[in-house]
Ligand binder design. Sequence first.
Ligand code: ANZ
Length: 923
Amino acid sequence: MEYNFSAIEKKWRLWWKQNKTYKVEEDESKEKYYVMDMFPYPSGSGLHVGHPLGYIASDIYARYKRLRGFNVLHPMGYDSFGLPAEQYAIETGQHPQITTSKNIKRYREQLDKLGFSFDWSREIRTSDVSYYKWTQWIFKQLFNSYYCNMADKALPISELIAEFEIRGNSMVNSPCDEDTLVFNSAEWRSWSDEKKQIVLLKYRLAFLSDTWVNWCDGLGTVLANDEVKDGFSERGGFPVTQRKMKQWSLRITAYADRLLDGLDHIDWSDSLKEIQKNWIGRSSGVRLGFFTEKGGNCIEVFTTRPDTIYGVSFLVLAPEHNLIEQVVSDNFRVSVNKYCKGILKKSDIERQSNTKNVTGVFTGSYAIHPFTKKKIPIWISEYVLAAYGTGAIMAVPCGDQRDWDFAVKFGLDIPNVFENTDVNSGANVGLSLTIINSDFLNNLTVPDAISKAVKVIEKRGLGHSKINYRMKDAVFGRQRYWGEPFPVFYKEGVPYLVETEQHVELPKVDKYLPTKEGDPPLARASKNDWNVFRGDRMEYSTMPGWAGSSWYFLRYMDPKNETKFVSKSKVDYWGQVDLYIGGSEHAVGHLLYSRFWTKFLYDRGFISFSEPFKKLINQGMILGRSSFVYRIKGSNTFVSFDKIKDYSVTRMHVDINLVNNDILDIAKFKCWRAEFSQAEFILNNKNQYLCGFEIEKMSKSKYNTQVPDDLIEQYGADTLRMYEMFLGPLEQYKPWDVKGINGVSNFLRKFWRLSHDKNNKFVVSEVEPTDREYRVLHKCIKKITVDLERFSFNTVVSHLMIAVNEFTAIGCNKRKVISELTILLSPYSPHLSEEIWFKLGMKASVCDAIWPVFNEKYLMEDLVAYPVSFNGKKRFVLEFPINTPSKDVESMALSHSKTKQYLLGRSVKRVIVVPNKIVNIVC
Ligand code: ANZ
């Protein structure tokens, strides 16, 4: 074989390994560049061709930056704690560690075959003790910190304790639990250590509290909001309901504003920033108290529209509201309980999306309107969410659609506060409206009325302005086995950290299921199963999947450090990730949490930057081309796609490996599954079974996955790498279709043949390239450089193809051309490039070559000299770029000053332009 890719690829992979080509160290003499991929969760099914798309792009960029003289950090690791390994453990009894190691091995083999320039000496696995003991260490720092609004940063909890000792908490301006009471220093000092700990928990950034959580019975654990999609668990698709539980949370809301502001300083796509902004959901409004007729606690509501206060005709509480007990009058207790119980089974999403069927129940009680002093009824409804604002609203039917629907359904008052609004047709609010019927707000526009209302409410002590966030504190505990254990133990119900230097290892358990009492699997471990056992018991929850991934980019810088999570000098050198490539499914979860942890570590002085990922690119998904067969309903007979209209059929996915050019291999199909061994077929006129197809997400369940292994075998990794880039712009969703792979494979052969003769002997010419050859080369250098700088990976491939085609046409095998082309090709096809590079006589890897610089001199177009004649007589010569359109040549020739001179006042009758040859002016 002329270009024997499999021998070449094997040879260089070994050479790179032996020569540690991709090992990188800090080097002050060079500028650093950090390229990182979202590390994979090693699932049982291995990589399909969609997975490495981002890795190939980042690898190309890492190699390119290295060639440009940067010291490039390009690491890889595994996000190896997670549910599938645990589910498998539950089913088979096998320790998740075993499944995980097996899967990692398979991933590594697949990744290795693709020729990535990862520095594997820096590999990390989030499930290794050597890694997760540092995740625990960060948790300890969070536990030992509080957020000071005055300093606008996290500070050591010891500073808060010092303040409590001197003044109590009256002067403290810090985010804390809602139920935190005011105390003075004498009270503080009089308390027992337990009591003090309980109070401190209300301020700590990692804290334990009773919270409404998303409970997933199917998985036996709580889930964070971003792990719940439309009321179902993202993994497994089990229903999720609301439950109040004592849970570990992280006080991410303290960082809400900084997480918003930080978005202005990073190079992420607008759509991604928008998703984060919406998730954080900042809204500024007022908290306003309504006394009830009965007395007792007043009902606090959150509103962004205090200007509509005169339009309030009832209050609505969330079914979970803690004042319901107190508010409900006895006659209504039964119906209220029934209603609330029913609603608790629903998820927030279901509740919010239920706009058609308005539901609610009257409490039988009334509140007093703070301005009009009128009695207004208190209702309960599912459309008010417990976890947002105060879990209670003042209803303004003329201003809010849901309130209007509710008022109409239950026959409640609809007072109007807007000029020109028809209360019979529903809400109609716009900023240009004027407030009416509102006493002190009359005749003001909405924005003015809002400011005035806030002032009056605050002045009269009825409430205060408040910024509210849609984002909630992040639930951090999971009732699962295969996650980081907490470095926490309990003494009389109060949580404490294990000693600073100590970490907690996952203990052995007999089963990976909850105990009979409903405690998480870790409760199965006996005292001796723990490497550390303190107090009455250890914490049974484990950390969520996103704990390890929130800081892994830091550990890559210093993966073996045993005394620190990362050394200061290394983190100062490598700094932020310059380019981060990964899937868009992490838009809120991982990307928000890692921004939060980075800001926290920055606040506490451990790192010197507050955003982890400077530039982020989301690679688009690779879609699969699925194939379908059509079974006649209720039979085992399959009809060819072109005949299905005559039958009543059910469509079924069929493995694409049983299909070639949409024709089903019937023999293979019969062997595919036992149930089809006796299948019958109605074929088309060509006596074939034609399959249908559709482009959809590439996934095992759709039998449309293509594993890279087979393609590498058939075409080589270099071709596959280049082909994946050639499919289209990195960010775009694109269908996978192997049809074009031959084209790329042929291109690499063509490149090979430039420097190999008919006998496959390497031959290059030492002759200096011609101007034309330099022009082709430099045009190519320029285009590729510009395109790589703007991350346009697909267009680079076509520039390379154009150049190689032109050199083939010219028959150029000049050393200078071949060596520069080899460097240009090397980020895409590193094995082939390395082979040619060494054949050129080089002694060091092509990775350490110098990226060619284009010379503008060669970028000028070829010029053609046009003799300009007047009535057939040559007078002067003008130069134009080759192939200039005739009409441009004509007009430029006519407007030239010399033309005027030779016309001698005569008028031009006709101009003849022979392209790239002559101009003749007839006058
Ligand atoms: C009176 C009012 C009048 C409201 C009006 C809106 C329009 P954002 O901007 O999303 O923060 N609200 C408050 N807490 C709620 C809860 N727990 N569940 C459901 N709705 C809640 O929305 C704030 C507005 O959403 C608040 O302002 C409140 O209704 C409602 F013409 O109060 B408004």
